[in-house]
Design a protein around this ligand. Structure first.
Ligand SMILES: [Ca+2]
Ligand SMILES: [Ca+2]
Length: 234
């Protein structure tokens, strides 16, 4: 077990956009009475996306903390992605349904609809062999609308399950000096990697859109997210 991460003292300044009504929502996304944002209802073939109105600045440190809910049926689908993008469609960008979770495309080598340029963290609750998914639920780092991944995190547990009718705490941290991404789920590091996002992904741009995508297919689950904290060293 990895130890919980101690927050860096840099993250003292709360970003202003913490009120609930500042998401641009597509598809089946909508605000819930409790202030959380639903991405998909518990029905087949649903897709929902919610983007924060305020872009991120990749020149700054930031840490984005949310709770995510992935449903109450282990046989459900498909999962949620946290996405950071500069797609030419801007706040209207979306990817495919089902295993692509509203983010990616079915064929990694094809040019089907997907969100790009981008990075994403998927919280995947349904095994799709075409995307190289393990039998368990898992987390994976994705780039440029490609849902297929070579690596994943499931805690080395083939019974790892995120559809347990619970909120799961998650944070995404960006360090612009070290060019480092850290993702923590329920207190464990599930991704840590160095990427020069501005140079290698976003063609030098520092202002990028961020939010969440989700979808269902034949199998389905209620899926939503709730803000915990946004912090930046502005
Ligand atoms: Ca599951
Ligand atoms: Ca999947």
């Amino acid at each position: 077990m990895l130890k919980p991460i101690i927050l860096l003292p840099l993250f003292l300044f709360l970003l202003p956009e913490t009120s609930r009504a500042q998401y641009i929502m597509l598809g089946n996304a909508k605000e819930m009475p409790n202030g959380c944002i639903q991405l998909t209802p518990d029905v087949p073939y649903s897709e929902g996306i919610a983007y924060n109105e305020n872009k991120l600045d990749l020149n700054r440190h930031f840490q984005i903390e949310f709770d995510i809910y992935l449903g109450n049926k282990d046989e459900g689908a498909d999962g949620i992605t946290f996405v950071v993008h500069d797609d030419p469609r801007g706040f209207g960008a979306f990817g495919n349904w089902g295993e692509c979770m509203g983010y990616g495309r079915f064929n990694p080598n094809g040019d089907g609809n997907s969100i790009s340029p981008s990075i994403a963290i998927e919280f995947d609750t349904y095994q799709n062999p075409w995307q190289n998914d393990p039998a368990s639920d898992h987390v994976a780092y994705l780039q440029n609308g490609i849902s297929m991944h070579q690596e994943h995190w499931n805690g080395d547990d083939l019974s790892f399950d995120l559809e347990d009718d619970r909120l799961h705490s998650f944070y995404f941290r960006w360090d612009p000096v070290k060019k480092n991404i850290t993702v923590v789920l329920d207190g464990e590091i599930v991704f840590n990697g160095n990427r020069d996002l501005m140079k290698d992904i976003f063609s030098g741009k520092s202002q990028v859109i961020w939010g969440f995508t989700a979808s269902t297919g034949r199998a389905h689950n209620h899926q939503y997210f709730c803000l915990r904290r946004l912090a930046s060293n502005n």
